[in-house]
Design a protein around this ligand. Structure first.
Ligand code: ADP
Ligand code: MG
Length: 395
């Protein structure tokens, strides 16, 4: 059965107008005969009544800290409300639809609450509905254990739900609808000269996403690639072609060394001046299951960054274990991404020169084959992104 996955993000289901537009995209797809399977995020962003953060705050404030199991149960509601709302809208327009939880949609995960991993997908229910001419609207970001416990798969997880279903159903493509016309050379909220990228490889988008470009989740890119399913990023609110992501870009001429400038705020730099006798620092961090970034090890100190949400927990552990350390808060990682930079001299020098001209201090750097990342103070983000965007000819 030929299918297309259509995923709608938070802003694409946030208002009556947005839901009408989303419904229109689904109906247009249904008419082509290639059947839509829809995935939705929770309604709206921080602050709106059914957004994930609102639900969390409500229970935290009324009852205190909750267990991981209850956290998952609570958070799964956001996407379920969204799925019911969109399915009802379509039904009332005369297009038969059904809202499904992630588990009902066949997504089976392990029992690692808050960041469960996919085990397998049971496609029977979705296929049954499709055969009957009914559009399945699956709540994103969640799954179910084999025992029937509800799990969630980590923030931004609805993109991953879409990719998982696309892979399981061997869909023609996975469309991710959001509030911008596609993947751009920088976040348009920070860089008003950012340009749409019409086509790009999985590898490059993965690097962008992994470096913190919010527009798509890295795991989604990984699953789409594994299933070799084209991934398309589109705008719910426009008819723009969007960004087409595939394995290679044959026929596409792009001579730019750098394809994008990505920024990832909310980082805290840790400088470990003296390790504890009790336990080596990286071992402790691994045990705590805290993800770290920009790791530099010198004979006299060790540097790395963590997301600000882990700062308190990590500091407590460091103090308990007698480490000598200092931190720099309010940092942002700026990463230039480009598959073609491998072996090209002068990329780092251009970055350093650009920052020097702007009088922006680089706190730390790290590089891979296709990325160079610099840690800077958060207050310099907009200037840094725009200056690099200009310097690498992306504007
Ligand atoms: P959704 O709720 O649809 O999942 P997100 O907020 O997760 O939407 O992602 C869309 C946002 O990603 C855009 O509004 C944009 O500000 C941001 N973004 C960051 N980097 C980029 C980029 N390189 N290209 C496009 N959008 C980007
Ligand atoms: Mg998103």
């Amino acid at each position: 059965m030929k299918t297309v996955i259509q995923k709608f993000g938070g802003t694409s289901v946030a208002t009556e107008d947005a839901r009408q537009k989303a419904a229109q995209k689904i109906i247009q797809q249904k008419i082509t005969g290639v059947l839509p399977v829809v995935v939705v995020s929770a309604i709206g962003r921080e602050g709106s009544p059914y957004a994930t953060d609102t639900l969390l705050e409500f229970v935290n404030q009324t009852s205190g800290e909750m267990s991981d199991r209850e956290y998952d149960l609570l958070l799964s509601c956001g996407e379920i409300i969204s799925a019911v709302t969109l399915a009802t809208l379509l039904n009332n327009k005369g297009y038969k639809s059904v809202a499904l939880t992630g588990g009902q949609g066949g997504i089976i995960t392990n029992d690692c609450h808050k960041k469960a991993d996919l085990l397998y997908v049971k496609t029977a229910t979705i296929l049954d509905y499709l055969k009957k001419g009914i559009i399945p609207i699956v709540a994103g970001f969640q799954g179910m254990t084999e025992e029937g416990e509800i799990t969630t798969i980590g923030r931004g997880g609805s993109d991953t739900t879409a990719a998982i279903l696309g892979m399981a159903l061997k869909s023609e493509k996975i469309e991710v609808y959001t509030d911008v016309d596609g993947i751009m050379t920088a976040d348009p909220r920070v860089c008003d000269k950012a340009q749409i990228i019409s086509s790009i490889t999985y590898a490059e988008v993965f690097q962008m996403a992994d470096s913190g470009a919010k527009v798509i989740h890295p795991k989604a890119v990984e699953y789409a690639r594994r299933g070799n399913i084209p991934l398309v990023i589109k705008n719910t609110f426009s008819e723009a072609e969007g960004t087409y992501i595939t394995e290679n870009m044959s026929g596409q001429l792009n001579h730019k060394i750098i394809t994008s400038v990505v920024h990832s705020p909310g980082r805290v730099q840790f400088i470990i001046k003296k390790d504890s006798d009790k336990r080596e620092i990286l071992e402790l961090i691994a045990e705590e299951n805290i993800s770290i970034d920009l790791i530099n090890i010198f004979p006299t100190r060790k540097l790395f960054t963590v997301s600000k949400e882990y700062k308190k927990r990590l500091e407590e552990k460091l103090q308990d274990n007698g480490y000598d350390y200092s931190i720099v808060e309010n940092c942002c990682k700026i990463t230039v991404v480009g598959e073609r930079m491998t072996g090209v001299p002068g990329v780092m020098s251009l970055i350093v020169n650009t920052f020097n001209k702007q009088d922006i201090e680089i706190l730390q750097t790290a590089d891979s084959l296709s990325t160079i990342g610099c840690l800077i103070n958060e207050e310099n983000v907009a200037r840094a992104v725009n200056a690099l965007h200009d310097a690498f000819g992306l504007s």
